[in-house]
Design a protein around this ligand. Structure first.
Ligand code: MRU
Length: 360
């Protein structure tokens, strides 16, 4: 594990001093920021196998829909290296296996399967090339996925930022920031975009039990950027909405179904209901790689169930008596009807326009 970013500060594709995932220039190592230790320490793990990257995704070293898609693509680069000396059939077999292992790591965020399927298509095209060429082509594709994601975040940030008031307080849930993407962020990208437009924006971050992505990660990255942020326990949003202190809500997404229903971190649906009750706009920001036109509506989105312990313990402290169960769906679905706009790099859509946005 390394303490500081193991690349030259100018070289990170995240365009930042930190990054959720980076590929070494030599294409033989993947660096992942250990997000479970934030905000206490900022350290990077080094991975040399696709299986290692898949484990890191499963165990939440790296998380956030676009970031796990990028990490999976980098994992496929390592798989191409591991298969360097195999013939075409062996290569395709090895890449297929690596894709399956990576895809199985987490089921809800469609960006993971999206990135793996792009890599597998490329593997088909290059199967008969020399091993070193296949490996280099995979690295070029994975880097392009990363570069495109950062560009998408910046574009949706500019588009979405226009919708915020000149002065206001924005509520967000979970972490849909630089840490959850290639860099810049989706929901937090819109906040950054609004600030870059000269708007005076303060942020309230739901702590986001049980994994505390809001308290640990959103607060960490916004504070690092000098953006005013305060953390709310998850049951406080309604209180501040009723007092008129929240101008808008913006969240990210793990999968957007064809009808505009959105899967995102557990608790998002409750926030959307509260926002509707108080007539507060509820925005979703996501790259087009999060849109899944093969899923007709939210009821068909697979919802990941994580372990009892993630709910029963916080920082090792036991909260729930022995022998008592706990539930842990990691995501919920916000129906399209509760969503004011979906910001993507293709524009700002009414949820019902998502299907037609495919042609944009
Ligand atoms: O379980 P996580 O931390 O991977 O969940 C992350 C979220 O729900 C994010 O809001 C979503 O992935 C969008 S990230 C830009």
């Amino acid at each position: 594990m390394t303490q500081s970013p193991p690349w030259h500060p100018d070289a990170a594709l995240s365009q930042s001093s930190y990054s959720a995932a980076e590929l070494a220039r030599t294409n033989d190592r993947v660096y992942l920021l250990e997000q479970r230790d934030l905000p206490v320490s900022e350290k990077y793990h080094v991975y040399t196998s696709a299986k290692g990257v898949a484990d890191a995704i499963k165990t939440m070293v790296v998380r956030g829909a676009p970031a796990i898609g990028i990490s999976a693509a980098y994992g496929m680069v390592l798989a191409a290296l591991e298969a360097l000396s195999l013939d075409a059939a062996g290569y395709l077999h090895a890449m297929g296996n690596a894709g399956n292992v990576l895809n199985a790591a987490r089921p809800t965020a469609v960006n993971l399967a999206w990135a793996v399927s792009k890599c597998l298509r490329l593997a088909e095209e290059h199967a008969h090339s020399p091993g070193a060429d296949r490996w280099q082509a995979m690295a070029d594709l994975a880097r392009q996925i990363h570069i495109d994601d950062v560009a998408a975040c910046r574009t949706m940030g500019r588009i979405g930022g226009e919708y915020f008031p000149d002065t206001g307080t924005i509520l967000t849930h979970c972490n849909a920031g630089a840490l959850a993407t290639g860099g810049y962020g989706t929901a937090l990208g819109v906040i950054r975009g609004a600030i870059e437009l000269g708007k005076n924006i303060r942020v309230l971050a739901d702590e986001t039990r049980p994994y505390l992505q809001g308290a640990r990660l959103t607060a960490w990255e916004l504070h690092k950027d000098g953006i005013h942020v305060e953390v709310l326990a998850d049951n406080m949003a309604g209180f501040y909405m009723a007092r008129g202190e929240i101008s808008a809500v913006v969240v990210g997404a793990d999968r957007i179904a064809k009808n505009g229903d959105v899967a995102n971190k557990i608790g998002t649906y409750s926030v959307a209901c509260l926002a509707r009750m108080h007539n507060i706009p509820f925005y979703v920001a996501a790259p087009w790689s999060t849109v899944d036109l093969n899923t007709p509506d939210g009821s068909k989105i697979p919802i990941e169930e994580r372990s009892r312990d993630e709910v029963a313990k916080v920082g090792g402290a036991v909260l729930i008596p022995d022998g008592v169960g706990a539930r842990h769906p990691a995501f919920d679905v916000t129906p399209a009807a509760l969503i004011t706009k979906i910001f993507t790099e293709r524009g700002a859509f009414d949820p019902a326009e998502i299907a037609s946005g495919a042609a944009a």
